[in-house]
Design a protein around this ligand. Structure first.
Ligand SMILES: *[C@@H]1O[C@H](CO)[C@@H](O)[C@H](O)[C@H]1NC(C)=O
Ligand SMILES: *[C@@H]1O[C@H](CO)[C@@H](O)[C@H](O)[C@H]1NC(C)=O
Ligand SMILES: *[C@@H]1O[C@H](CO)[C@@H](O)[C@H](O)[C@H]1NC(C)=O
Ligand SMILES: *[C@@H]1O[C@H](CO)[C@@H](O)[C@H](O)[C@H]1NC(C)=O
Ligand SMILES: *[C@@H]1O[C@H](CO)[C@@H](O)[C@H](O)[C@H]1NC(C)=O
Ligand SMILES: *[C@@H]1O[C@H](CO)[C@@H](O)[C@H](O)[C@H]1NC(C)=O
Ligand SMILES: *[C@@H]1O[C@H](CO)[C@@H](O)[C@H](O)[C@H]1NC(C)=O
Ligand SMILES: *[C@@H]1O[C@H](CO)[C@@H](O)[C@H](O)[C@H]1NC(C)=O
Ligand SMILES: *[C@@H]1O[C@H](CO)[C@@H](O)[C@H](O)[C@H]1NC(C)=O
Ligand SMILES: *[C@@H]1O[C@H](CO)[C@@H](O)[C@H](O)[C@H]1NC(C)=O
Ligand SMILES: *[C@@H]1O[C@H](CO)[C@@H](O)[C@H](O)[C@H]1NC(C)=O
Ligand SMILES: *[C@@H]1O[C@H](CO)[C@@H](O)[C@H](O)[C@H]1NC(C)=O
Length: 853
C-alpha cells in the first residue's frame, strides 16, 4: 500500500512538474510564434500584386506554418524557410522580415521586388541562404548583412544594386557562394577576396574597377571565379594561377594586362572553363596549357597574344576553342599544325582561329576533326594553298568561314556532303574552277558568299533549289553564261552577280545583257554634260566633245554594271585589323586629311589600301559616313573610287570608331598634279606634269563617273563636292571620283518623308569656288550643281588656276577670265605647263589611248 501511495505521490509531483513546465513552454511559444505570424502578415502587406494568389493562403483559417512557401521548425513552430521564388510577386521587402529570427533560408528570387534590401536583415543571425536574384532591388548591399554570420550563400544577381561592396562583408567567414553579377556595383573586389571560405564568386557585368586583388590567390577552396565584363585592370599575380581547385576562370571583357605564366596548365589541373577574352594579354600561349586536360572552354579572343599555338592533343574534352583576334602565327608553313593535335577532341563544336596572322596551308587532317564541329572560323588570315578535300568529312558543320585568305585551287566537288551547312563564306581569296553544283543539294544553305575570286564557268542551276536563301554573293569572278531566274535568282535583294563580265540573262532587275549578247542602247548621256563641256572647250569644238561622249559611252557599255544592293555588308574589317594594317594609325602612314577625317595608307590582306578614319567629334561626320556608305553600297564604276569595306565599331578605349577602306590610288589626287607645291616637289626626281591628252582623259573619266551617278543608277546620286582633290589617279592615270561624304540621293519626293526637309535644303555644302552659285541662294540639290563643279574643274585643268586664286576678285572669275580669252587669246589663259609639254611623244599617247580602251 505504501509503495502505491508513494507511487501516487511521485506521479502527482511529476504531473505537477510536467504541467508547470508545459505551461511555461506554451507561454513563450505563444509570444514567439505570434511574432512570426505578425511578421509574415506584415510581409504580405507590402506585396501589392500577387497574380498567382499565392498569398491568399496566408490567412488565419490555417496555421501560418501551413501557409504556402513557409516551413517551420518542428518543435517551436518558428519560421525557418520562406520560399516564394518565381511567384510573380510585386512589391517591396518589409523590414518586419527581421523579426523572423529563426529563418535559415530566404528565397524571393525571380519576382518583381523593388526598393532596397531592409537593414533589419542583419537581425537574421541564423540565415544561411539568401536569394534575391532577378528582382528590381536597388540601393546598396547593406553593411548590416555582415551580422548574418551564418550566411553560406547569397545571390543578388540581376538587380540594380549600386555602390561598393561593404568591407565588413569580409567577416562572413562561412560565406562560400557569392553571386552578384549583373548589377551596377562599383569599387574594388577586395572585400570579397577576404572571404576565407569562398568557393564561387560571380561578379560579372558590374562596374568593378582596380586590379584583381591578390587575396584571391590565398583562397584555397576557390573553384569558380567569374568576374568578366567589368573595368578591372592591372596584371594578374601568379598566385591566382596557382589555385589547383579552380574549375572556372572567366575574366573576359576587362583591361587586364600581362602574360600567362608558362606553367599555367600544370598549376591549374582542374580547370574546365578558361576565358581571358577581350583583354590585353600579351606573350605566348603557354605550351603547358595542354596539361589542363579537363578543359571544355578555352577562350582567348581579342588579346595581343603572339607566336605559335602549342600542341593541344591532351585537351580531349574541348568543346569550344577560340583564339580569334590575336596576332598569333608567323605566316609560316607550319602555323596551323596545332589543328591536327585537336583530332582527339571529339566534342569540339566551335573552333575559331580567325583574325590572326596564320600562314601556311590547312592540314589535310582538318577532315579528321570531330564530326560534332559546327562552326569553323578560319577567315582573315594568310592561309594559302587549297581547301583540303577532307573538309567534307566534317558533316556537322553549319558555318564555314574562310574569307580573306590566299586560298587557291577549287572548292572540293564533294562539298554537297556537308548536309548541315548553312553558311559558307569564301570571299576574297584566289579560288578558281567551277562552282560545284552539289552546293545546290544543301537544303539548309542560306548564305553562300563566293565573291572576289576567280571562279569560272556557269552558275549552277541547282543553286535555285534551296529555299532558305538570305544571300548569294557571286560578284567579281569570271563566271559566264546564263543567270538562272528561278528560286533565289528571282530575289534581287538576296543575290549579287555583278563584276562577272560574261553573264547574261537573269531577271530584268539585274540589268544584265540578254543572252544573245546584243548591246543594250538605252540611257543616252545627259545633254547638260554636253553643255558644260562645250563652254570651256569653245575652241576645241564639238568634234572633241562628241568624241569624249563617245568614249565615255563606249567604255560604259563595255565595262560597268551597277552593283546590287546586297554588296556592302560583306567585307567587314575589324578595328584590330585596321590598327594592324596602318601600324596603329601611325603618322608615318598618314596620307591626307579629308573633309571629315584622316586618311591613312595601309596594307590589308596583302593589298595596299587607303583607310579613311572619320573624325567623329566633328559635327556631321557620322552622317557623312552614312551618306558615303549609302552612296557606295549601290554603285560601282571604273571611274569611282572603290570602297573595299567599311568598319563601324568601338576602338580599344570603347569610343565609337568608323572607317572606310578604299582601293589605294597610287598617283594621289588630281589636285596634287595640277598644283604642285614647289618646295615639296623639288625633292622628287621627276616633276609631276600632266600633258593635254592626259588631262583630257581624266576629264572624260570624271564625265563618265558623273554620267553614271546621274543617269545610270536607279536613284540618281549628286556628288555635291566635285573638285580636283576628290579626283584620284590610279597607276594608269585613270581618274576616279571619290569622297562621297556629302553625296545626296535624289529621292522620289512623293515617297520621301518631307517633314525632315533634309534632302531639299542645301545649307552650305561643297567647297567654295566649286559649288554652284544657286546653292548659295537656297536652291535644291540637283545634278546641275555637279555639272557646274565639273565645268569649273575643266577650266581649272586647262588653265592651271584654282577658282579661288587670288587674282579672281572684283568681278573677275575663272569663268569670265576664260570667256574673255576666247576665241583668239586662248594660249594666254592656258596652263603654261601645257605649252612646255606640247611636244609630247606621239607614241606614248597612242599606246596609252589604246590601253584605256
Ligand atoms: C503558437 O503555438 C502554440 C503551441 O503549438 C499553439 O497552441 C498556438 O495556437 C500558436 N499560435 C499561433 C498564433 O500560431
Ligand atoms: C485561406 O486559406 C485557405 C487555404 O489555402 C483557403 O482555402 C481559403 O480560401 C483562404 N481564405 C481566404 C479568405 O482567402
Ligand atoms: C523565373 O520565373 C519564370 C516564370 O515566372 C520561370 O519560367 C523561370 O524558369 C524562372 N527562372 C528561375 C531562374 O527560377
Ligand atoms: C518587428 O519588426 C518591426 C520593424 O523592425 C518592429 O517595429 C516591431 O516591433 C517588431 N515586432 C515584434 C512583434 O517584435
Ligand atoms: C527573371 O524573371 C522573369 C520573370 O519574372 C523570367 O521571365 C526570367 O527568365 C528571369 N530571368 C532569369 C535570368 O532568371
Ligand atoms: C544596421 O547596422 C548599423 C551599423 O552596424 C546599426 O547602427 C543599425 O542599427 C543597423 N540597423 C538595423 C535596422 O539593424
Ligand atoms: C545601371 O547602370 C546602367 C548603365 O549605367 C543604367 O542604365 C541603369 O539605369 C542603372 N540601373 C540602376 C538600377 O541604377
Ligand atoms: C583581409 O583580412 C586580413 C587578415 O584577416 C586583414 O588584414 C585585411 O585588412 C582584410 N582586408 C579586407 C579588405 O578586409
Ligand atoms: C564568361 O563571362 C561572360 C560574362 O559574364 C559570359 O558571357 C560568358 O558566358 C562566360 N564564359 C564562360 C566560358 O563561362
Ligand atoms: C604555388 O603553390 C605551391 C604549393 O601549392 C607553392 O609551393 C608555390 O610557391 C606557389 N606559387 C606561387 C607563385 O604562388
Ligand atoms: C605537361 O605537358 C608537357 C608536354 O606538354 C609534359 O612534358 C609534362 O610532363 C606535363 N606535365 C605534367 C605535370 O603533366
Ligand atoms: C588520339 O587517340 C588515339 C587513340 O586513343 C591515340 O593513338 C593518338 O595518339 C591520339 N592522338 C593524339 C594527337 O593525341
Amino acid at each position: 500500500m505504501s509503495w502505491l501511495l508513494h507511487n501516487l505521490h511521485i506521479h502527482l509531483i511529476l504531473l505537477c512538474c510536467l504541467s508547470s513546465l508545459n505551461f511555461g513552454f506554451s507561454a513563450t511559444i505563444q509570444s514567439s510564434n505570434e511574432t512570426d505570424r505578425l511578421s509574415l502578415l506584415a510581409i504580405k502587406a507590402k506585396i501589392i500584386d500577387d497574380p498567382l494568389h499565392v498569398l491568399s493562403s496566408w490567412n488565419d483559417s490555417i496555421h501560418f506554418c501551413m501557409w504556402q512557401g513557409i516551413k517551420c521548425e518542428h518543435r517551436g513552430q518558428r519560421v525557418t524557410v520562406l520560399d516564394s521564388q518565381s511567384r510573380k510577386l510585386v512589391g517591396s521587402i518589409s523590414p518586419h522580415l527581421g523579426n523572423l529570427s529563426f529563418m535559415r533560408e530566404l528565397q524571393l528570387q525571380n519576382n518583381s521586388f523593388g526598393n532596397e534590401i531592409p537593414l533589419e536583415i542583419g537581425h537574421l543571425t541564423r540565415l544561411q541562404i539568401l536569394k534575391l536574384n532577378n528582382n528590381s532591388i536597388g540601393g546598396r548591399i547593406p553593411v548590416n548583412l555582415s551580422s548574418c554570420a551564418n550566411l553560406i550563400e547569397i545571390d543578388f544577381s540581376y538587380n540594380g544594386l549600386a555602390g561598393e561592396v561593404p568591407v565588413d562583408l569580409s567577416f562572413l567567414s562561412k560565406l562560400a557562394t557569392v553571386i552578384i553579377h549583373d548589377n551596377n556595383l562599383t569599387g574594388s573586389l577586395s572585400p570579397l577576396a577576404n572571404l576565407s571560405s569562398l568557393k564561387a564568386l560571380s561578379a560579372a557585368e558590374n562596374f568593378f574597377d582596380g586590379s584583381i586583388p591578390d587575396g584571391f590567390g590565398q583562397l584555397k577552396n576557390l573553384q569558380k571565379l567569374a568576374i568578366g565584363i567589368n573595368r578591372l585592370s592591372g596584371v594578374i599575380l601568379p598566385s591566382l594561377f596557382n589555385l589547383s581547385s579552380l574549375t572556372m576562370f572567366n575574366v573576359t571583357g576587362n583591361q587586364i594586362q600581362g602574360s600567362l605564366p608558362w606553367d599555367l596548365g600544370i598549376t591549374l589541373p582542374n580547370i574546365e572553363f578558361f576565358n581571358i577574352g577581350d583583354n590585353q594579354f600579351t606573350g605566348l600561349i603557354p605550351a603547358s596549357i595542354s596539361n589542363s586536360s579537363k578543359l571544355h572552354y578555352l577562350m582567348m579572343v581579342q588579346n595581343k597574344l603572339v607566336g605559335k599555338v602549342p600542341n593541344l592533343e591532351r585537351l580531349r574534352n574541348l568543346e569550344w576553342l577560340s583564339i580569334s583576334g590575336n596576332q598569333l602565327g608567323s605566316g609560316e608553313a607550319d602555323d596551323l599544325n596545332f589543328i591536327s593535335s585537336l583530332i582527339n577532341a571529339t566534342n569540339l563544336q566551335v573552333l575559331g582561329v580567325n583574325l590572326n596572322n596564320f600562314g601556311g596551308e590547312l592540314p589535310e587532317s582538318i577532315g579528321n576533326l570531330s564530326g560534332n564541329l559546327q562552326v569553323l572560323y578560319l577567315d582573315n588570315n594568310k592561309i594559302f594553298g587549297s581547301i583540303p578535300p577532307g573538309i567534307v568529312n566534317l558533316v556537322g558543320l553549319q558555318s564555314l568561314y574562310m574569307q580573306v585568305n590566299q586560298l587557291t585551287s577549287t572548292i572540293p566537288s564533294e562539298i554537297g556532303k556537308l548536309q548541315n551547312l548553312q553558311e559558307l563564306n569564301l570571299i576574297n581569296n584566289s579560288l578558281s574552277g567551277n562552282i560545284p553544283s552539289s552546293l545546290g543539294n544543301l537544303s539548309l544553305l542560306s548564305e553562300l558568299v563566293l565573291g572576289i575570286n576567280n571562279f569560272q564557268g556557269n552558275i549552277p542551276q541547282s543553286l535555285g533549289n534551296c529555299n532558305n536563301w538570305q544571300l548569294l554573293f557571286l560578284s567579281q569572278n569570271n563566271l559566264n553564261g546564263v543567270v538562272p531566274t528561278q528560286g533565289v535568282f528571282s530575289n534581287t535583294s538576296a543575290i549579287s552577280v555583278v563584276g562577272n563580265s560574261k553573264l547574261c540573262g537573269g531577271v530584268t532587275e539585274l540589268q544584265l545583257p540578254k543572252c544573245d549578247f546584243k548591246v543594250d542602247k538605252k540611257g543616252r548621256p545627259n545633254t547638260t554634260l554636253i553643255l558644260a563641256l562645250s563652254i570651256p572647250f569653245g575652241l576645241l569644238g564639238l568634234a572633241l566633245v562628241g568624241s569624249i561622249l563617245y568614249l565615255c559611252y563606249f567604255r560604259k557599255t563595255r565595262k560597268e554594271t551597277p552593283l546590287d544592293a546586297s554588296d556592302n555588308s560583306l567585307l567587314k574589317a575589324s578595328y584590330q585589323n585596321l590598327v594592324k594594317a596602318t601600324d596603329g594609325f601611325s603618322s608615318f602612314n598618314l596620307i591626307g586629311v579629308s573633309s571629315f577625317g584622316s586618311v591613312y595608307k595601309g596594307v590589308l590582306d596583302g593589298r595596299i589600301v587607303a583607310v579613311k578614319v572619320l573624325n567623329l567629334s566633328r559635327r556631321g561626320a557620322s552622317k557623312s559616313f552614312i551618306s558615303e556608305c549609302e552612296a557606295l553600297r549601290n554603285i560601282r564604276h571604273r571611274n569611282l573610287v572603290k570602297v573595299l569595306t567599311a568598319c563601324s565599331t568601338v576602338d580599344y578605349q570603347g569610343n565609337e570608331f568608323k572607317a572606310l577602306v578604299y582601293e589605294f590610288m597610287i598617283n594621289g589626287s588630281l589636285e596634287e598634279w595640277l598644283h604642285q607645291n614647289p618646295e615639296k616637289d623639288l625633292s622628287n626626281e621627276e616633276l609631276r606634269m600632266l600633258n593635254l591628252l592626259q588631262r583630257l582623259n581624266i576629264i572624260i573619266d570624271v564625265a563618265c563617273a558623273l554620267n553614271y551617278l546621274h543617269n545610270q543608277v536607279q536613284t540618281p546620286i549628286v556628288h555635291c563636292d566635285l573638285k580636283p582633290s576628290n579626283v584620284l589617279l590610279d597607276k594608269d592615270m585613270i581618274g576616279h571620283v571619290g569622297d562621297f561624304g556629302l553625296a545626296k540621293f535624289l529621292l522620289d519626293y512623293a515617297t520621301h518623308d518631307l517633314s525632315t526637309n533634309e534632302t531639299s535644303s542645301v545649307g552650305i555644302r561643297g567647297t567654295i569656288g566649286y559649288t554652284a552659285p544657286e546653292y548659295g541662294m537656297g536652291s535644291e540639290v540637283s545634278t546641275y550643281g555637279d555639272i557646274y563643279s565639273f565645268g569649273i574643274l575643266v577650266l581649272e585643268m586647262f588653265t592651271g588656276k584654282r577658282p579661288t586664286d587670288e587674282m579672281f576678285k572684283d568681278g573677275l572669275s575663272l569663268h569670265s577670265f576664260v570667256k574673255g580669252a576666247l576665241p583668239w587669246s586662248v594660249l594666254e589663259v592656258a596652263d603654261p605647263i601645257l605649252l612646255e609639254a606640247k611636244e609630247e611623244d606621239e607614241e606614248e599617247e597612242t599606246s596609252k589611248e589604246n590601253s584605256k580602251k
